[in-house]
Design a protein around this ligand. Structure first.
Ligand code: CMC
Length: 433
C-alpha cells in the first residue's frame, strides 16, 4: 500500500502497514514486528504507543481540542449535565428523554449502599485515606452483586447497564460516607428527589437536623468539574482499567484498580499540589512573584503546579471552561478576598505574560482551578483525588465496556527488555560471602 512504512534492520527490509484514525491520527502497525523481525519495540512510558483503537474520546493537544464521542467539550459544558454526559460517554449517543428518565431512575435506585457495607467503613481506622476506602469498597461491590461480577465477560456484559449505574451512583455515596467517617459525623443517606450533584453535596454537608442547600452556581460548578473530568482517553488510570478488563475481570474490580492508579501525585494528585503550593507561597509572605522567579530558574525543583500539560501545548480547553464557572461559584458563596485566590490570580497573570512560560507553551491546566473550586466548596484536600475519581467513573466504565465487548480482545501483555544478570548457578547458603 502507498503509505506502508518500511523498516530496515540487519540489511533486510520489512513492510509495516499504517493506520489512520477518524481524525487523521497516524500510526504504524507493529503488531507483527516481532514475528517478522525478531525485534520488539521499546517505548518507556508508552508516550509513542497506541495501545488500542477507541471511539470514546478525541484529544488534539496542539489545537486544544477535547471531544467526547465527537461532541466538543465546550458544547457539553454549556448544555449538558454530568449524568447526561456520563450516558453519552458510556453508550455513545446522547440519551432520548425516555433513556434520560431511565438513567435518573437507575441512579436514584442505586444511590444507597447495602447496610452491611457500614461495617466495612467501621473497619477502617480513623484518618484512613479516602482513596484507599474508595478503592476497597468499589471492589467489594462485586461481593454484594455477584450476578454483576461473574468474571465471565458475556454474563457481565448482559447486566452491564445495572452494573454501570451502580458504579456511577454508589461512587459518590461511598465518597461522601468516607468523608463523614473521617470527620466522625453520622452518615447522611441520599434523597430520591435530588439530582446527582445536589445529592452528593447533601450527603457530604447536610446535618441530621438541617439540610445543606447549595446555590445553583455551586451545583453547576460541581457538575462542570465532574463533566470536565469524565474521560481523557489513555491516561494512567484508564489504561489500568483497560488492562485489568483485558483479563476478563469484572467492572467493579477494574474500576477499583483505576482508583489506585489515579491516586498518585503524578496523575490525580496535581490539584492537591496546587493548593500546597499556594499555601507555601502564602506562608512565606510572597505574593507569587518570588515563586515565579524560582520556577523560571528551575531553582530547588520549583514548578508552577497547575501549569503545563504533556498533551495540551496550546491551552487546556477544560481550564478555560472551569475558570468561568469558578468565579460564578465564588460570587454565590460570597468569597471575595481569599489570600490563596489572590496569589493564584497573581501567578496566572505573571506567568501568562512571561517569556519563560510563553516560549515553553505552559498554560494553566484544569488542575490550576479545580483545586481552588473544591476548596471553595468546602471539600477537604484529601478528598480532591476522590472527586476526580467520581468524575472519571463514566470514562472508566466506557473503556471497560469497549474492552469487554471487543470480540478480538487480547489480554494486555507487554514485553520487556531484560537487562538483569545472565544465567548463574545457585550458591548454597554456607558458601555465600
Ligand atoms: N513550571 C515551570 N516550568 C515548567 C513547568 C511548570 N509547571 N512545566 C514544564 N516546565 C518546563 C520544564 O522545566 C522544561 O523546561 P526546559 O525546556 O528549560 O528544560 C519545559 O517546560 C518542558 O517541560 P517537560 O517536563 O518536558 O514537560 P512535560 O510534558 O514532560 O510535563 C507536566 C508536563 C504536566 C508534567 C509539567 O508541565 C508539570 O510538571 N506541570 C506541573 C504539574 C501539573 O500541573 N500537573 C497536572 C497536569 S494536568 C492533569 C491531567 O490532565 O491529568
Amino acid at each position: 500500500m502507498p503509505n506502508d512504512a518500511v523498516l530496515k534492520i540487519e540489511g533486510k527490509e520489512y513492510v509495516l502497514p499504517t493506520i489512520v484514525g477518524s481524525e487523521g491520527e497516524k500510526a504504524i502497525d507493529v503488531r507483527n514486528v516481532r514475528a517478522q523481525t525478531g525485534y520488539i519495540t521499546y517505548d518507556d512510558g508508552f508516550g509513542n504507543t497506541g495501545s488500542c483503537l477507541s471511539d470514546i474520546t478525541f484529544i488534539d493537544g496542539d489545537a486544544g481540542i477535547l471531544r467526547y464521542r465527537g461532541y466538543p467539550i465546550e458544547q457539553l459544558a454549556e448544555h449538558s449535565t454530568f449524568a447526561e454526559t456520563a450516558y453519552l460517554i458510556i453508550n455513545g449517543t446522547l440519551p432520548t428523554p425516555a433513556q434520560r428518565l431511565q438513567l435518573t431512575n437507575l441512579l436514584c435506585e442505586h444511590a444507597p449502599v447495602h447496610s452491611a457495607m457500614d461495617h466495612l467503613f467501621e473497619g477502617f481506622p480513623i484518618g484512613s485515606h479516602p482513596m484507599a476506602i474508595l478503592s476497597a469498597l468499589l471492589n467489594s461491590l462485586g461481593c454484594y452483586y455477584p450476578h454483576l461480577a461473574t468474571n465471565r465477560v458475556q454474563e457481565d456484559l448482559a447486566n452491564f447497564d445495572e452494573a454501570a449505574a451502580i458504579a456511577i451512583s454508589k461512587v459518590r455515596t461511598i465518597a461522601a460516607m468516607s468523608y463523614r467517617k473521617s470527620r466522625g459525623l453520622p452518615y447522611i443517606y441520599p434523597k430520591r428527589s435530588l439530582p446527582y450533584c445536589e445529592n452528593f453535596l447533601h450527603m457530604m454537608f447536610s446535618q441530621p437536623y438541617e439540610d445543606y442547600l447549595p446555590t445553583p452556581e455551586v451545583a453547576q460548578a460541581l457538575n462542570l468539574f465532574l463533566l470536565l473530568h469524565a474521560d481523557h482517553e489513555q491516561n494512567c488510570s484508564t489504561s489500568t482499567v483497560r488492562m485489568v478488563a483485558s483479563s476478563g475481570a469484572n467492572l467493579f474490580a477494574s474500576v477499583a484498580a483505576g482508583v489506585c492508579a489515579l491516586w498518585g501525585p503524578l496523575h490525580g494528585g496535581a490539584n492537591m499540589a496546587v493548593i500546597d503550593m499556594l499555601e507555601s507561597i502564602h506562608a512565606e509572605g510572597d505574593d507569587g512573584t518570588k515563586f515565579i522567579e524560582a520556577a523560571r530558574l528551575g531553582k530547588g525543583g520549583h514548578r508552577l503546579m497547575g501549569f503545563g500539560h504533556r498533551v495540551y501545548r496550546n491551552y487546556d480547553p477544560r481550564a478555560k471552561i472551569i475558570k468561568a464557572s469558578f468565579y460564578k461559584a465564588l460570587a454565590s458563596l460570597g468569597i471575595k478576598d481569599d489570600p490563596l485566590l489572590n496569589i493564584a490570580m497573581k501567578l496566572e497573570e505573571v506567568a501568562l505574560s512571561d517569556d519563560y512560560f510563553i516560549s515553553r507553551k505552559l498554560y494553566p491546566n484544569v488542575d490550576f482551578y479545580s483545586g481552588l473550586i473544591m476548596r471553595a466548596l468546602g471539600i477537604p484536600q484529601n478528598m480532591f483525588t476522590v472527586m476526580f475519581a467520581i468524575g472519571r467513573m463514566p470514562g472508566w466504565i466506557a473503556h471497560w465496556k469497549e474492552v469487554a465487548s471487543n470480540p478480538k480482545n487480547k489480554i494486555y501483555r507487554p514485553r520487556q527488555i531484560y537487562v538483569g544478570p545472565v544465567k548463574r548457578d545457585y550458591v548454597p547458603i554456607d558458601l555465600r560471602k
